[in-house]
Design a binder for this molecule. Structure first.
Ligand code: ACO
Length: 182
């Protein structure tokens, strides 16, 4: 598994990974907005299938049918979409980052990929964009993500936002202070 910066060529595969995994979906335009505005803040996890790379000119039918492939033999298995806060109305003027979306495709879960993606994103938001903290929203029923944010990455729950999601579920608004990490 390789973690690298997300590029425009990855957008479709990122959106596919999202559509299949989360009820919160975004337009390609919104992904593009992230990559153009904060090109260092979003990452993909990829895997290369050595068999397919070695086959060279043979028709890679399996690849063509799998929307996660972005290049010959390279498959996007997860992504994190990060940004800096750009809400002009926000009362908090402290520069801070936000994780818009994180997802790992099912067959690649429980291997530490989300943890790696998140750490890269947090590092970039802190070092490149000078974020003092990073925030995110997560469904209160999302056990896997809550474990990752709270227990593994040490985010704290700041508040519960009632009916944050379209189906009425509450969100935890979580925050990780990056100043303390230095
Ligand atoms: N139940 C309990 N704990 C879990 C689970 C689970 N189902 N899945 C992972 N964890 C724990 C791991 O054990 C690990 O804990 P540890 O550090 O104590 O060992 C930690 O979470 C990180 O595990 P990873 O292997 O890095 O996580 P993974 O790559 O499996 O991805 C993710 C986790 C992203 C939540 C994945 O399950 C997923 O894509 N789910 C669907 C999409 C989603 O819910 N995304 C987050 C929405 S919130 C947002 O986008 C801001």
């Amino acid at each position: 598994i390789t973690i690298r910066l997300a590029t425009i060529d990855d957008l479709q595969a990122m959106q596919n990974a999202n559509l299949n995994n989360l009820p919160e979906n975004y337009t390609l335009k919104y992904y593009l907005y992230h990559l153009l505005s904060w090109p260092q803040a979003s990452f993909v996890a990829t895997t290369t299938d050595p068999e397919i790379v070695d086959q060279d000119e043979k028709p890679a039918t399996s690849q063509k049918q799998d929307p996660q492939y972005v290049a010959k033999g390279e498959k996007v298995v997860g992504y994190v979409l990060g940004k800096m806060n750009d809400d002009m109305d926000s009362t908090d003027k402290t520069p801070h980052g936000h994780v818009t979306s994180l997802s790992v495709i099912r067959t690649y879960r429980r291997m530490g990929i989300a943890d790696k993606l998140m750490r890269q994103c947090l590092y970039a938001l802190c070092e490149t964009y000078k974020a003092r903290y990073v925030s995110l929203h997560v469904r209160e029923s999302n056990r896997a993500a809550l474990h990752l944010y709270k227990d593994t990455l040490k985010f704290e729950v700041l508040k519960i936002e009632k009916s944050y999601y379209q189906d009425g579920e509450d969100a935890y608004y979580m925050k990780l202070d990056l100043d303390l990490e230095k």
